[in-house]
Design a protein around this ligand. Structure first.
Ligand SMILES: *Cc1c(COP(=O)(O)O)cnc(C)c1O
Length: 358
């Protein structure tokens, strides 16, 4: 039987994955306004750029394999011990290690849908079975339905707050109720990629609830800290679960550049949080303006807004066809996610949405 295969064959879970689609790019005309990937609109702070230059000069050397200093610095900033933090190549990298560590082939992974696109991919790669639970009508997690979706086969539940791409944050009270309903052997991962942008006082704060042996908090330096290009994120949680995750981390996956940029960024935390505050102020300007144009934008607690729209691709194409193209992220048949950019970029977006008369 095996002898009849004419070429190496990927695992069925891998063969079933959608083919890689390159991210949005502008054409040959004016440089586009890129509001498609929830990045920070601003480049690295001078202090971070200087640290990166020093790291570049030492690029012939391997990084510290287990990133000891960076783990200590992150743990210190969070007020936990270093054995409760696991750094990795982006929080997507860390999440893949979490699933590798806890999900056996055929185990179920429950998550809300629509949510972060990486969840179905990483679940499939881990050999898990995806159990997507529809969002509520106001684009929020339906935590009671997610709790009911847990079976004997469930190993991991992913909760995204604020939810990418729709925007609402999970409330602290509903999250507490949810945690009470989850059996102790099921790992809950609270993905807080956008936590720094949250202003809803009722929203769950991972650091306030971390502690139960089955809860991991996932965070990233990609968004508020503006280091998306360096790929560094982390999990925070109980030492036992963190040790299992650390065992799965690919050796040397957090580069020296990423390690020094993390430490320099934590030194410049106040300055970076001022940038976040400026983005939040822009969000508070953009959301009402977009709603005033008739869009049913749900609560927006991240650095992006969600425009529900059946012809999402049409809207994205119209924005990309402008003399200065505006690149956004369409989800076919559902809506368009638009990152909050710099003030002039947001002005261009609002002008375009006003002109389009959709
Ligand atoms: C952007 C994002 C991340 C971060 O990914 P990195 O790998 O850290 O860049 C994680 N989760 C969600 C929901 C995101 O939107």
């Amino acid at each position: 039987m095996l002898g009849s295969m004419t070429q190496p064959t990927p695992r069925p879970q891998v063969a079933a994955l959608p083919a890689y689609v390159p991210g949005a790019r502008g054409g040959a005309g004016a440089p586009p306004i890129k509001l498609s990937s929830n990045e920070s609109p601003l480049g690295p702070l001078p202090s971070v750029a200087a640290a990166l230059e020093r790291a570049a000069a030492a690029a012939n050397r391997y990084p510290d394999m287990t990133a000891v200093a960076a783990h200590e610095r992150v743990a210190d900033a969070l007020g936990v011990s270093p054995d409760r933090v696991a750094l990795g190549a982006g929080s997507v990298g860390v999440l893949s290690h979490i699933l590798q560590a806890f999900c056996r082939p055929g185990d179920e992974v429950v998550y809300a849908w629509r949510s972060f696109e990486a969840y179905p991919i990483l679940t499939a790669l881990a050999g898990g079975v995806a159990v997507p639970v529809p969002l509520t009508a106001d684009a929020r997690h339906d935590l009671p339905a997610m709790a009911r979706a847990i079976t004997e086969r469930t190993r991991v539940v992913l909760v995204c707050s604020p939810n990418n791409p729709t925007g609402p944050a999970v409330r602290a009270d509903e999250f507490a109720e949810f945690l009470d309903a989850v059996p102790p052997h099921v790992l809950v991962v609270l993905d807080e990629a956008y936590t720094e942008y949250v202003r809803d006082a009722a929203a769950v704060q991972g650091l306030d609830v971390v502690g139960p042996p089955n809860l991991l908090i996932l965070r990233t330096f990609s968004k508020a800290y503006g280091l998306a290009g360096l790929r560094v994120g982390y999990a925070v949680g109980p030492a036992d679960a963190i040790a299992a995750v650390r065992s799965c981390v690919t050796p040397f996956s957090v580069t020296e550049a990423a390690q020094v940029a993390v430490m320099a960024s934590l030194d410049a935390r106040e300055e970076l949080l001022e940038r976040v505050a400026a983005t939040v102020a822009e969000r508070e300007r953009v959301v009402p303006a977009v709603r005033a144009l008739g869009w049913g934008v749900p609560s927006a607690e991240g650095n992006f807004v969600w425009l529900p729209h059946a012809d999402a691709q049409g809207l994205a194409a119209a924005l990309a066809a402008l003399p200065t193209p505006i690149l956004v992220r369409p989800f076919a048949g559902e809506g368009v996610r638009i990152t909050i950019g710099a003030p002039d970029e947001n002005d261009a977006l609002l002008a375009a949405l006003t002109d389009l008369h959709l």
